[in-house]
Design a binder for this molecule. Structure first.
Ligand SMILES: Cc1cc2nc3c(=O)[nH]c(=O)nc-3n(C[C@H](O)[C@H](O)[C@H](O)COP(=O)(O)OP(=O)(O)OC[C@H]3O[C@@H](n4cnc5c(N)ncnc54)[C@H](O)[C@@H]3O)c2cc1C
Length: 416
């Protein structure tokens, strides 16, 4: 088969595209993966900044999430560590120790006695998976109906932001939020998520996947079993199956000309991030902090994972979880001020600094899309806005595997 005629074209070289390519190639299909930027990785890219490996904002895998399960199936076990639970929490501008276990909840200055009892009850129900929520109920509504103490409400909201990255509690379903809170420990990966990308890439290439970076898909024409995938370098690839892992906006662009229902009800989750490498942390005793007053996050990932060639350097992530109605203002100063609360005098120790004002963390918090575009047989989709399982990268891994399996099954049936 010529390189211009493949069994499947995969669009996008992030986690979802690479994962799907491996499953497809393992089943014997010839696959070309097209990535529009010069380097693969998508939002899981890690930039090397003055000898430190810096993800695009704080990135953690969850010990009970789908990602590790699927990576294990692919023969990859990411190396990293879990942060010790603890740190600081800011409430009414004052710092408190972050209550991390039943004993520290009971001894915390943060809550009243009644609040402590309510929070402990919440944790027990969460751990025993007995938290009940009607399918459609939002986080806001659930908290309003089930938690009386206002501080406990704010504390639970803060934990939900931490695990889901979502700051729209009136839209996020309580059921989805609780599942995120049950995903176990966070894992920070040594040398950043690029190390996972490199392993996926190596596996894909060994199986014969052609990875073409630096060319974007401009347009799709034709129909199953003969699609034409037109690229920005004026070349075309002909294929019976297409698997797109591009964002919904990109997908709409290259599907112009097809009758498709609008991709509705997508609510993207966004964040503003300040990623900094310091040669010294002024306050080494605090490596993690959250705010209950504002949706703010601080973490020194180097305290947990190896992220710099020079062991004394620290990779710090400061982030604001953005709500859908967040005004488009410059948030850099707010992030820097929060960093000053936790690490006063950090400015003197900066080696590298990057500000991401409005990055898409996940393409949608509500995921209703099926893997196959019903109006265009042969065209499949995957990513963190597709499928019924998980959020964030768990849904990218899971939907990628599901879409690849659907193509393999269909191909066996059709014998194309
Ligand atoms: C600040 C931040 C923090 C995060 N933290 C976490 C975390 O802690 N835990 C977690 O689970 N997840 C986290 N995530 C989410 C996680 O990074 C993403 O869910 C995951 O990387 C998405 O992978 P993907 O392959 O689905 O999409 P992407 O990585 O977006 O890949 C899609 C690819 O398609 C390419 N593309 C688009 N259009 C075209 C075209 N026309 N032609 C060719 N190629 C195209 C793009 O360039 C891109 O490389 C975080 C994300 C951010 C931004």
């Amino acid at each position: 088969m010529k390189n211009t005629e493949r069994n499947c074209v995969v669009i996008g070289g992030g986690i979802a595209g690479l994962t799907a390519s491996i499953y497809l190639a393992r089943a014997g299909l010839s696959v070309t993966l097209i990535e529009k930027t010069k380097t693969i990785g998508g939002r899981a890219k890690t930039e090397v900044m003055d000898g430190s490996y810096v993800n695009l904002g704080p990135h953690a895998l969850y010990s009970k999430g789908k990602s590790l399960e699927i990576l294990a199936e692919l023969g990859i076990s990411p190396k990293g560590n879990s942060p010790a639970i603890g740190g600081k929490v800011f409430y009414n501008d004052s710092p408190y120790n972050l209550p991390a276990n039943p004993f520290s909840v009971l001894t915390s200055d943060l809550f009243s006695w009644r609040g402590k009892m309510e929070l402990l009850r919440f944790f027990i129900l969460l751990q025993t998976k007995k938290l009940k929520s009607n399918r459609e109920i939002s986080v806001d509504q659930w908290l309003h109906e089930n938690i009386k103490d206002e501080r406990v409400q704010k504390f639970i909201l803060m934990l939900i932001r931490l695990s889901s990255y979502c700051n729209d509690p009136d839209r996020l379903r309580a059921e989805v939020a609780f599942k995120q809170l049950q995903l176990g420990k966070a894992i920070y990966v040594h040398n950043g998520w690029q190390s996972i990308i490199e392993e996926l890439k190596e596996k894909a290439e060994k199986l014969g996947v052609i990875i073409q970076a630096g060319a974007s898909v401009q347009q799709i024409k034709g129909k199953f079993p003969q699609f034409e995938v037109k690229l920005s370098n004026n070349k075309s690839i002909f294929t019976p199956y297409i698997l797109s892992t591009a964002s919904p906006n990109e997908l709409r662009k290259f599907l112009q000309g097809y009758e498709i229902d609008a991709i509705n009800e997508l609510i993207p989750v966004r964040a503003a991030c300040l990623d900094i490498v310091l040669n010294k942390t002024p306050n080494p005793t605090v490596s993690f902090a959250l705010s209950m007053d504002q949706p703010l996050y601080f973490s020194n990932h180097s305290n947990v994972a190896t992220l710099s060639d020079n062991q004394s350097h620290s990779v710090i992530h400061v982030m604001k979880y953005l709500s859908i109605n967040e005004p488009r203002t410059d948030l850099k100063q707010e992030l820097e001020q929060f960093l000053s609360r936790v690490q006063p005098g950090w400015e003197k120790h900066v080696i590298s600094k990057r500000y991401l004002p409005n990055i898409t963390v996940t393409n949608s918090m509500m995921k209703k899309q099926k893997n196959e575009m019903e109006q265009i047989p042969g065209l499949f989709i995957a990513g963190d806005w597709v499928g019924a399982e998980g959020m964030l990268v768990d849904s990218s891994f899971f939907s990628a595997k599901q879409a690849a399996m659907s193509i393999i099954e269909l191909n066996e049936k059709m014998g194309v």
